[in-house]
Design a protein around this ligand. Structure first.
Ligand SMILES: Nc1ncnc2c1ncn2[C@@H]1O[C@H](COP(=O)(O)OP(=O)(O)OP(=O)(O)O)[C@@H](O)[C@H]1O
Length: 716
């Protein structure tokens, strides 16, 4: 081993051949004396170790076998390595007669220690124990001769090497060794430094990876790579009250619409409206028949909190763009997931189209199919003509009309608005969107007046496709929880989309000095919303609701359950308890009854409305003070839409979630993952509920009877 280490630096010796010839005779003589001393000391040391090894066990004999303290395999491996190294070193020695081999720093230190007569350290002892004594004797004596000679050489060149020493200060492990032996003589220091320099020169570049070696590093999370339009959206302010824009300051709005806005009590636009209205108007600045500058307009996606006024942000520009239309054709189509929502949006359109001649038609299945057909198309001698400029529809009934209503055409469609877009992208409704797009690019059979503005499905621009103007179809997507999953959005085949969002990215620091941009917020909630959760058990949930209504005097409460059965039972229970103006809202009830209930709730006649998620999305009921999640929502988007029924249009509101103790961890994690952290724990003591218990138990008995009666009625 020692020889190997000595010869390892042979390359350096060659380089220094000329210098070595100049060595002085005095140094040589001194080296010989030292050599003799070293030989004697090495022999004495060998003898001593043999004596020590023998009583410990027969296996540790000089001729082979594992040394004590080493595993058999390990000892074998080491010796094999050593013999290989030694033979290699000997080969080198033959080739380089003049070379003066130098030991590794450890060997050199050993030799020095031996020369000084000092005791080698424990570590070195154990290393030596692993060597066969016979080999060691030879190696040591050879090594010692060379080292002594070498040392005398080095002494003469100390000044040159000092410089090299300084240069090698940065070398990792070798530097460590140097520092450990810093107490040794100056010459040893120089040798070590030189060795470090040589080793550095002989080693492969540090950038090369040593196979089989690996570092245990924490795996860093790979950041999602978003397309530019998603990664760099147009930011929309979240705070409504601080960012109101007077309606007159938003450019390009028709005076007629400004007047209507004022008549409806709207003096200022909310931030999302101030951003999105001009963007849509700009894309239709050359009229609805061609895009701006003759180009196809970009599609627009809007993600803004619940109650931030997204509806007006598409109603106003669409009405304005269509004000100049001459022929009645379906130019705008709004698709929404529920009848109630469609009704709500069509009401807003009706307000702003009133007196303009534009016709708005609601298609939700609330009227008979034939009646809806009559509202959509009229058959004349010249053919079918449209009776609708703007259609507000739910997907199911709309697709029925696309396939079954004669004369119903979407080929002149200019705007396709997808409200609650994330829900509409769901598999359930995706097919509907595909059908709409297909219908919009269908070639009309009859040669009507619209032939000039026919359109073909967007594709590569060719001489044929650009020979006549194309009516562009622009998609506008809106949601409080718009997906940022490019794969999902891809399904909508958006054209150069622009994103307007209130969801800001925040910079977060991971560990020391590593700063990564991270989407800590995935969704935004209204500024005026306070969130609390009440840890509870299953039995105390009805009591908690009664406590909030009767003791805490909550008013205008919208309470959500996870199923229509749960809604119905809870409604019956609260009714049986008495003292609360309560109603239920779910698909159990016919549409007219649901409409009436909603109206009464809005008027304040109902203080507690127990509902399924039918009212969770989009429904705009003015004056809801509290939302209670009687059943904790299972999905974050459900939570966001539910709690968003309060604190709308810049107002304040409170959301309470009753969370079973076993659900608590999952619920909080769900919110945390979405970047929602400002939810407070609001425990209610059992004592506060006690006064309600007796009456509650009576109500339970009544409930049991009512349920039995209902079942009997059903069976009858
Ligand atoms: N500029 C405005 N000034 C005053 N009130 C407004 C303004 N714009 C909208 N509103 C009112 O704010 C309420 C919420 O608006 P809207 O229903 O459009 O919100 P949204 O963003 O669509 O909410 P959601 O995501 O829950 O559907 C409505 O009652 C609407 O009349």
């Amino acid at each position: 081993m020692a020889l190997f280490c000595i010869n390892r630096y042979g390359g350096e010796e060659e380089k220094q051949g000329e210098e070595e010839e100049e060595e002085d005779a005095e140094a040589k003589a001194r080296a010989r004396v030292l050599l003799e001393r070293l030989r004697q000391q090495a022999k004495a040391r060998q003898l001593k170790k043999q004596q020590e090894a023998q009583p410990e066990g027969g296996e540790g004999g000089p001729s082979g076998g594992a040394e004590p303290g080493l595993s058999p395999g390990g000892g074998k491996r080491k010796r094999k390595g050593e013999s290989e190294e030694q033979s290699c070193a000997q080969g080198q020695k033959k080739l380089k007669k003049k070379q003066r081999p130098r030991g590794s720093s450890e060997e050199r230190a050993d030799a020095e220690e031996a020369a000084d007569g000092s005791t080698p350290s424990k570590k070195k002892d154990s290393r030596r124990k692993s060597e066969a004594p016979q080999e060691r004797t030879e190696a040591d004596s050879e090594e010692d001769i060379k080292q002594q000679e070498n040392r005398s050489n080095l002494k003469n060149k100390s000044s040159q090497r000092k410089k090299a020493d300084e240069e090698t200060e940065g070398a990792g492990t070798r530097k460590k060794e140097n520092s450990q032996r810093a107490e040794g003589s100056q010459s040893t220091k120089e040798e070590l430094s030189l060795a470090a320099l040589e080793e550095e020169a002989n080693h492969p570049p540090s950038s090369l990876v040593v196979l089989g070696d690996y570092d245990r590093k924490p795996v860093q999370k790979v950041q999602a790579f978003l397309p530019q339009w998603l990664a760099q959206p147009k930011l929309v302010q979240k705070r409504i009250k601080d960012n109101l824009v007077p309606i007159g300051e938003v450019p390009g709005i028709h005076p007629r619409l400004l007047k209507k806005l004022q008549m409806n009590g709207i003096e200022s636009f909310f931030p999302v409206q101030a951003e999105v209205i001009p963007a849509i108007l700009q894309s239709a600045s050359n009229g609805y028949l061609v895009g701006q500058g003759g180009y196809r307009p970009k599609d627009i996606c809007v993600s803004a909190p619940t109650g931030s006024g997204k509806t007006l942000s598409f109603v106003i520009p669409i009405v304005q763009v269509l004000l100049d239309r001459v022929v009645c054709q379906v130019r705008a189509l709004v698709v929404l997931p529920t009848k109630e929502l469609a009704q709500q949006v069509s009401k807003v359109f009706n307000i702003y189209t009133d007196g303009t001649g534009l016709k708005v038609v609601l298609i939700t299945g609330q009227k008979s199919f034939a009646k809806e057909q009559e509202m959509l198309v009229q058959k004349k001698v010249t053919g079918y003509c449209s009776l609708a400029d703007i259609i507000v529809a739910t997907p199911g009934r709309l697709t029925d009309h696309i396939s079954q209503t004669a004369g119903f055409s979407l080929t002149q469609l200019r705007f396709l608005i997808v409200d609650e877009a994330d829900r509409m992208i769901d598999d359930m409704h995706q097919n509907c969107l595909n059908q709409i797009v297909k219908a919009a690019f269908q070639v009309e059979n009859d040669s009507g007046s619209n032939m000039l503005f026919q359109r073909t499905k967007p594709g590569p621009i060719t001489a044929a496709s650009s020979c006549y103007p194309q009516i562009p179809l622009q998609k506008l997507l809106f949601s409080a929880t718009l997906t940022q999953d490019p794969e999902k959005l891809q399904q909508l085949d958006l054209f150069q989309p622009r994103l307007f969002t209130s969801v800001y990215s925040e910079k977060k620091t991971f560990g020391v000095g590593t700063e990564t941009e991270q989407d800590t917020k995935k969704y935004t909630l209204p500024e005026g919303l306070s969130q609390c959760y009440v840890p509870c058990d299953l039995n105390s949930k009805p009591l908690l609701l009664l406590y909030f209504m009767l003791k805490m005097k909550f008013t205008r409460v919208l309470c959500f359950t996870n199923s229509r059965e749960a809604s119905h039972r809870l409604f019956l229970l609260v009714q049986a308890f008495g003292g609360i103006a309560v109603a239920e809202f779910s698909s159990r009830l016919p549409p007219n009854e649901r409409q009436r209930t909603m109206k009464e709730f809005e008027q304040g006649k109902i203080q507690l409305l127990i509902s399924t998620d039918a009212t969770a999305r989009g429904i705009d009921v003015k004056g809801v003070n509290y939302v209670i999640n009687y059943d904790a929502p299972q999905f974050i988007r459900t939570y966001i839409h539910r709690v968003g029924r309060t604190a709308r249009a810049g107002k304040v509101g409170v959301a309470f979630s009753l969370v079973l103790r076993i659900q608590e961890r999952r619920f909080l994690r769900m919110l945390k993952d979405a970047g929602i952290q400002d939810i407070k724990k609001h425990p209610v003591k059992g004592n506060s509920l006690k006064p309600l218990v007796q009456k509650y138990e009576e109500a339970l008995c009544k409930l049991e009877k009512t349920v039995k009666n209902e079942r009997a009625q059903k069976r009858a």
